[in-house]
Write a protein that binds this ligand. Sequence first.
Ligand code: NDP
Length: 445
Amino acid sequence: MDEKLVDVYDEVLRRNPGETEFHQAVHEVLDSLGPVVAKHPHYADAAVIRRLCEPERQIIFRVPWVDDAGRIQLNRGFRVEFNSALGPYKGGLRFHPSVNLGIVKFLGYEQIFKNSLSGMPIGGGKGGSDFDPKGRSEGEVMRFCQAFMTELYRHIGEYTDVPAGDIGVGGREIGYLFGQYKRITNRYESGVLTGKGLAWGGSRVRTEATGYGTVFFVQEILKTRGESLDGKRVVVSGSGNVATYAIAKVQELGGTVVACSDSGGYVVDERGIDLATVQEIKEERRARISTYLEHHPHAQYVENHSLWQVPCDIALPCATQNELNGTDAAALIAHGCSVVAEGANMPCTPEAVRAFAEAGVTFAPGKAANAGGVATSALEMQQNASRDSWTFEHTEERLAGIMRGIHDRCLSTADEYGSPGNYVAGANIAGFTQVADAMVALGVI
Ligand code: NDP
């Protein structure tokens, strides 16, 4: 890290003790900004980087609700409104027992640069709760969402803060959240949440956007080498929203996905993962990926091991943060993997990212590769604002164009700042400079 930035990082460590994921995310961005502060000293004069590392607002609240047995349950809710220099705070809500303030802050911080990179007029934020939807009934999920929104509603709005889904929050949860917002405020404010159902203000392609966008990004990487996805062997971690539609798009473009996973283990199907089975298990039955073998007995299920041991040309980590470590990276490199693109947020540890760089594996960071989800959320906001509804083809074409634009901006920025081919540097610098310029223009606020 450039010596001019060490003090900023030390201040982040001092102010946010124990928030290891947040420290990791900040470190990764600051590591890239050395050439920027050298070229543009006015950013330091305006304390832009220090201000960027401090959220504009952090909200923590109690979420009491009643389970099916009549017992009172208690969870904690979070919303971190990190930066609004480019537009209203925008970022998902995560419901998972691991959620804490440090995780929400890392996600919110990443979101600032991702949203900037998308070219859309949106700031960065993130939220969630330590509520675990697994094993909960429909009624319990609904009552939890209603209790969560009963506090959150006062902090959000189409011009203020626009949440969406993330781990544990899909179309069902967005429905319950929107319903409660509408009930409390007596306003049909479509632009307050994205990821809505198509019948009530949602955008076509939003469900598919993150996974599709990640694969569009990989397509652009391969194009620079004169290659395509046709015939490529791909491993995708996770089997949720991002993983499902990454698998779908890889298959559509001629690749074969041979493995996917959930938090219990992974499935290998050398004939190619059957997406309809995965969707039936995950979207309809909300069951474990191990049950894939009931439909495809020739496949293999491996419990509690890293799926990165499965040989592939392309790896797409699409589950959660720090799921691919240095050992996993070594296995991928040994098996000849040449592209790793993050569908999830920060799934690769710093050791893994370093190993890829040293081995010449092309690495696309999440803030670039998975920006298609939030970009399509911004398209949903556009449609809501104009009371319009676009076709699937038009929306997908817009998404593909946005991903091409992000890809090209990463490469041209990396070139400009002396790190040709380095997508991490390109994404961090391009994302940063746009927000930084806006912050300078808006004054000390
Ligand atoms: P889902 O809840 O739909 O799916 C998450 C998947 O990851 C599930 O298969 C889940 O398995 C697995 N997973 C979750 N936590 C863990 C864990 N601790 N260890 C191992 N596996 C785990 O979430 P999404 O697909 O929406 O999100 C996946 C990633 O993509 C996250 O990092 C998210 O921040 C990121 N992302 C999502 C976007 C979106 O539009 N949804 C946009 C941009 C990024 P199990 O069911 O067993 O828990």
